[in-house]
Design a protein around this ligand. Structure first.
Ligand code: ATP
Length: 503
């Protein structure tokens, strides 16, 4: 809900996760900076993805291609002609929106209404409740679900046919109003290309118009043969990449969900023609498992299979996540056929084929792609982890229950007081741990307050050095989620942390 979303945004700032870009100049819309804790969380998500894709699959390798690419790349990929969003302005508020997003939000509200009815009925009927039957027979739910489907199908059809007038008509028929002002006074819908342009070269005559890449995938496609040959890769194999992408998005207060400069984690898997749907299923399942392995709640994920697809795909699904503003796309999995490689063959005049020794023939491979936004994943993790917990004594603690493996700071080492040699012991413990973990030292305020501060940052362990430490070399280890404390030997700290924080 709206409140939870606001909390996430302000918590992100207060605890050093995310700042608005160039904040002293009032920020730059839909551009953000990662702060001292944010950069660590982001790095840890990146690492978690990279290990699972590249290290855990012997037939996947990584690359890091340039942001600037030859401009013909974007002609071949279709981005110059077709990377557009339908844009609509409200004549009264002068605000600009993505017409498709307005319609999707409307459809999501219908879905939420249907869910509410289901929840109500669940409570009423208890154990005897049959959800499948209810969904197909309850008139209200049937109406919500049918309308939702009709609306989304009509929108998909109009988008594919570039029937912008019909999109406008749909917005009017549904009575969609400006979310801020409630006004229904809309302009026509028009197409808007999302690529940022820039120039290469010094003199005006020799300058070349370039684009900042709007996706990392094309850097993989154009390097397909280089990697295959230099790595002696055999089909099926994959190329993974993590890097910045840029889109001149039309955005409305979505924080890091939709940014103009963001990071993607993409993997293109090259397969024999005809085998793509088998691998599409494999990657659907494998990617969902990756998400579930973080333990953020199975009920927060769902697939949204596309019925209507872009012209280059023969199967596509989104993994959607339940963000504070509802279920939205987190990752896309697409069976892209040989569209991209064929297009690059055509525009470059170079063959991009693989000789398959088993089949004794050459072909342009088919591609199955997995594509996830790193920043969007960051938002999923952050918003899922932030919780207000009421304790036994009635007080409320704010705790960021990040998956421990992703937490920016793994442990805080706290001397109970600033004297009697306790700080020295704490520093010594840090010196030993810092080879393996990002750890921090804190001696300010009462220890209870220091615990709360670490809870809010999401630090899974606090290690407290007290007077008994001097006598028997033991410390207290406190666990963030249970708040339980245990007395352990200094030499066992690292092993104890490893139980929770290892791949
Ligand atoms: P949307 O429909 O939300 O605009 P898309 O379908 O255009 O997304 P893709 O082109 O498939 O997205 O990009 C793959 C992934 O990259 C998305 O699933 C999302 O996680 C991420 N992504 C795309 N655009 C943005 C953005 N502007 N800001 C942050 N992440 C993004």
């Amino acid at each position: 809900n709206e409140d939870q979303f606001k909390k996430v945004v302000s918590h992100a700032k207060e605890y050093g996760y995310i700042f608005a870009s160039s904040e002293i100049y009032d920020g730059l819309s839909a551009v953000y900076d990662y702060a001292q804790n944010g950069v660590e969380l982001k790095k840890n998500i990146r690492e978690y993805w990279w290990r699972s894709m590249v290290y855990m699959h012997q037939n996947i390798v990584g690359i890091d291609s340039a942001i600037l690419m030859h401009p013909t790349t974007w002609k071949a990929s279709g981005h110059v002609d077709a990377f557009n969003d339908p844009l609509i302005d409200n004549k009264d508020s002068k605000k600009r929106y993505r017409a498709d997003v307005l319609i999707e939000d409307y459809a999501e509200k219908l879905n939420q209404k249907a869910q509410k009815e289901i929840e109500k009925a669940k409570k009423r009927f208890g154990d005897s409740f049959n959800e499948e039957e209810f969904v197909t027979t309850n008139p209200r739910v049937v109406r919500y679900v049918t309308e939702q489907r009709t609306v989304l199908e009509r929108m998909a059809r109009s988008l594919e046919n570039e029937d912008l007038a019909d999109i406008k008509a749909l917005i009017e028929e549904l009575g969609i109003a400006d979310p801020d002002t409630g006004s229904k006074n809309w302009t026509e819908v028009r197409q808007f290309n999302l690529m940022f342009g820039t120039k290469l070269g010094a003199s005006a005559e020799s300058a070349m118009d370039l684009y900042l890449r709007p996706e990392t995938a094309q850097g993989i496609f154009v390097n397909f043969l280089n990697v295959q040959k230099s790595g002696r890769m055999k089909i099926p194999f994959g190329i993974a990449q993590i890097g910045k992408a840029f889109r001149n998005e039309i955005v409305a207060r979505q924080f890091i969900f939709r940014m103009r400069e963001f990071e993607q984690m993409e993997m293109q898997f090259f397969v024999r023609p005809g085998e793509e749907l088998k691998y599409y299923e494999y990657w659907k399942e494998t990617r969902l498992k990756w998400h579930l392995s973080l333990g953020m709640g199975e009920e927060n994920y769902r697939f949204h299979d596309h019925e209507k697809m872009a012209h280059y795909a023969n199967a596509a699904t989104d993994i959607e996540f339940d963000f504070p503003f509802g279920f939205k796309e987190l990752e896309g999995i697409h069976s892209r056929t040989d569209f991209d490689l064929k297009a690059h063959e055509k525009f470059s005049g170079k063959k991009l084929q693989f000789f398959d020794h088993e089949l004794n023939e050459s072909y342009v491979p088919y591609v199955v792609e997995t594509s996830i936004g790193l920043d969007r994943m960051f938002l999923a993790v952050l918003s899922n982890s932030l919780q207000d917990e009421t304790l036994e004594d009635g007080s409320v603690r704010t705790v960021l229950k990040l998956p421990a493996i992703l937490a920016p700071i793994k442990a805080a080492v706290l001397p109970l007081i600033k004297r009697n040699g306790l700080p020295e012991i704490a520093h010594k413990i840090i010196e030993d741990l810092q080879w393996d973990y990002n750890v921090t030292y804190d001696e300010k305020d009462a220890v209870g307050r220091r615990y709360r501060r670490q809870d809010a940052v999401g630090t899974p362990f606090c290690i407290t050095v007290d007077h008994q430490t001097i006598e028997d070399n033991t410390v207290t280890i406190r666990y963030r989620d249970s708040m339980e404390q245990e007395r352990i030997k200094i030499e066992d700290i690292s092993e104890k942390m490893k139980e929770t924080i290892s791949y």
